[in-house]
Ligand binder design. Sequence first.
Ligand code: NAD
Length: 489
Amino acid sequence: MERTDGSGAIAPWYGIVDGERREAISGERLEVVAPSDGTVFATIPRGGERDIDAAVAAARVAFATGPWARLSASERGRLLLKLSGLVAVHAEEIAGLESRDTGKPISQGRADAAALARYFEFYGGAADKLMGETIPIATGHTAMTLREPLGVVGSIVPWNYPAQILGRVAGAALAAGNTLVVKPAEDACLSVIRVAELALEAGFPAGVLNVVTGLGAEAGAALAGHPNIDFVTFTGSPEVGTLIQRAAAMNHVGCTLELGGKSPQVVFADADLDAAVPVLVKAIVQNAGQTCSAGSRILVERSIFDELVARLADRFAALVAGPHDADLDLGPLVSARQKARVGARLAGAEAAGIRVVARGSVAANAPAGGFYQEAVLLAPVPREAPIWREEVFGPVLCVTPFDDEAEAIELSNATPYGLVAGVWTANGARQMRCARAIRAGQVFVNGYGAGGGVELPFGGFKRSGHGREKGFEALMEFTATKTIVLTHG
Ligand code: NAD
């Protein structure tokens, strides 16, 4: 099983379909590049339409007639708990894979592996606690509801948190009794394959958790538009989200979309800045800003604008980017393409005259072939600037002042997104007013949790998408209500 043995050899990885390791039917492969140095360290199958067909067929059989279909909710829960235990046993291996594949610092890889185990633990425990209701209707009848699995779920996973996003999707979807076909991102997918292998070791029947690697426009599009799936879940860019929703509509199946954000953190003059500053920095530096829920905009009350910017600037100037295994403040971006995207947005901001207040650095020993982007602090950022409104998906923090609470709320809501928000103030009534008025799927008061907790429902308002993952609520997304009425006189 060990494929990253440090021997320098390029390790071949395989998809998992119907309980077996699979090569792509075409036999073609894609290279996996390590963002820290730009070298190829593994290859994966370039799956396509026929591979997706095979995986969906296996998932359909597993759902309809296989041993999975006969398991009770508590038996499914026990399998998830077993998988959680195996992830914990292999946590260091998964953390290492995730870190090398995405470029994120190893401590973040470890946090992701721990969260992955926790997802399976949470949903393992929840599997047999999903209940229906009885409904009082006319005398002589008994009516009840059951939460039934949807069937075969297609999941398209991005590259920023492959392990965690697999955990939140597979945990909930499998707990509810569905089967899964996962198409992870071509830029980072090894942890997803590894978890599918561990699921077989845990005793999940063949066909329950299938992984087909490949390109978005090939394997991804084939999965989203497959006529034999029952639901699609997608996390990624708004542009691809549109394609996914259109494909789902063509088959009249539902989808959840998580399409990123431009999440505000509102800092009032009475905030505890000692507590706030490290959290404000972490919220954008985590995963080098490649986090859908990154706190990428800071709105600060004008009377403390200079003080807060100065404190943030001190921190930013000290931030160092370096290889994943050096475990510095941030790793490289995931790919040359992502580095070019972030660079183009920064160049646009600088050309528009937006002031760079502070810039971190790249470690002197960082390999020249890596995709490094130093952290950048911009302030004050005009409210009409594209970089204030559009997602950068890199370590770029924008700060702007506001004059009163009403303006802070208006500014918070003045982007197409609504994923997460932070509010920093000691005033209790203001905390609640802001939390209620800001249109975001999660609002944190005097804190911020990019990614927002295994137990907490997570998803967007407005263009950040629709549907909820995480928490107990995700089980609702992966099930449908069936109403049964008995007439007994
Ligand atoms: P993307 O949306 O293209 O990729 C996400 C996933 O979708 C990958 O698995 C990819 O293979 C798949 N995909 C791509 N095209 C597809 C298609 N036509 N049909 C089906 N699946 C398809 O994201 P990207 O190009 O890697 O990154 C672009 C931008 O997206 C980033 O700069 C960032 O702003 C955003 N993004 C957001 C998130 C998030 O967590 N919300 C994650 C990744 C990227």
